[in-house]
Design a protein around this ligand. Structure first.
Ligand code: AQP
Length: 335
């Protein structure tokens, strides 16, 4: 596989820590599908990351397979991309330990996601939550990925992965490709419908704050109708009015129109009309995907087959990297 591949390699993942949102779709999955012809793509379901927050085991199992089905339903082709579950490739945790020994406590203390999640889960500030960015660096560096398509919320983690790679390369000789974040500006940050200063998140306890990829049309329209805006009642991509700014951004991402085109289309119309229009285009964009998801999840054997094949391909690359790393740090390999 590796010898003949000349395209740049992409790695990305989503945690099966809840129902995937429109943020996950526009910030990640939709872009992944667009990249599959140009790049060699490796897409992982990050179940190891998910347990940094308490998960109900049966739910986690179900959500892991559902997440894979959503990748496929978003148009990512198993003939073109590699799919696997993170826990099926033990090299992620093996590399994570070595990288953890090359990461500073101070670096991890500065991660904003750690600070946010420690506040949200004050009763469970576990060591995994703290070392999460090291595991994420291992995910990426294991596959010698060139690019990592993510939303802008993950930029800080990618920068840390770059720092760790450079530090290791400097200390032990070139070993890792230094990855770059691939962030599409338009869809980089989809915000909560209830608190538009915060990102839309699958673990938000307020279900009205997020559109889920599997939400029914009525729910989608109802949630957009209730979305927090302001009293100015003028549809504009104005960052000082985060609620309407977010809705214009969502509409533009879904229709492919620029913000200016969206503003012109709704000139003179109130928020009510606009919110329904956003709901309609969102429901339309998700309906085909939802039908495909329903079809795929009926065929567990097919999904398991895709995972088996993907695990084999991913493991081949992962084993090579870990064996190189173990040799370089001085672990005795035997005669
Ligand atoms: N609101 C968002 N806007 C744009 N992109 C987003 N992503 C997540 N939310 C948005 C992108 O989705 C990918 C996978 O994210 P993840 O599941 O690994 O973790 P996350 O970023 O922590 O996502 P959530 O939904 O907020 O999960 P929970 O609530 O479990 O922590 C990443 O590429 C991310 O940028």
């Amino acid at each position: 596989m590796e010898q003949t591949e000349t395209r740049k390699r992409i790695f990305s993942a989503v945690q099966p820590s809840g129902n995937l949102t429109l943020g996950n779709y526009l910030g990640a999955l939709k872009n992944w599908a667009d990249l599959q012809d140009e790049f060699e793509c490796i897409y992982c379901v990050a179940d190891l990351h998910a347990i940094t927050v308490r998960q109900e085991p049966a739910e986690l199992r179900k959500k892991s397979l559902d997440t894979l089905a959503l990748y496929l339903a978003s148009g990512i082709d198993p003939q073109k991309a590699t799919f696997f579950l993170q826990s099926h490739v033990p090299e992620h945790t093996q590399l994570s330990w070595v990288l953890g020994c090359n990461t500073m406590f101070g670096e991890l203390s500065r991660m904003t996601q750690f600070k946010d999640k420690s506040q949200k889960h004050a009763d469970n500030i576990n060591a995994g939550l703290f070392t999460y960015p090291v595991l994420m660096a291992a995910d990426i560096l294991l596959y010698q990925a060139d690019l990592v398509p993510v939303g802008s919320d993950q930029k800080q983690h990618i920068e840390l992965a770059r720092d760790i790679a450079q530090r290791f390369n400097g200390a032990y000789s070139p070993t890792f490709t230094v990855p770059e974040a691939y962030i599409l500006k338009s869809s980089a940050r989809i915000m909560s419908l209830a608190e538009p200063e915060r990102k839309m998140s699958k673990s938000d306890p307020n279900v009205n704050a997020s559109i889920f990829m599997l939400d029914k049309k009525d729910d989608i329209i109802r949630k957009f109708k209730r979305a927090v805006t302001d009293s100015e009642a003028r549809v504009a991509a104005d960052p000082t009015r985060p609620g309407i700014y977010n809705l214009v951004n969502i509409y533009s991402c879904l229709t492919g129109k620029t913000s200016e085109e969206t503003e012109r289309e709704f000139e003179g119309k109130g928020y009510g009309d606009f919110k329904v229009a956003v709901g309609e285009v969102c429901a339309d964009a998700l309906s085909g995907l939802q039908a495909e998801f329903a079809r795929l999840t009926k065929d567990k054997g097919y999904l398991d087959g895709i995972l088996r094949e993907g695990t084999e391909k991913a493991s081949y690359i992962a084993r090579k990297t870990v064996s190189k790393v173990y040799r370089k740090v001085g672990f005795y390999q035997g005669k």
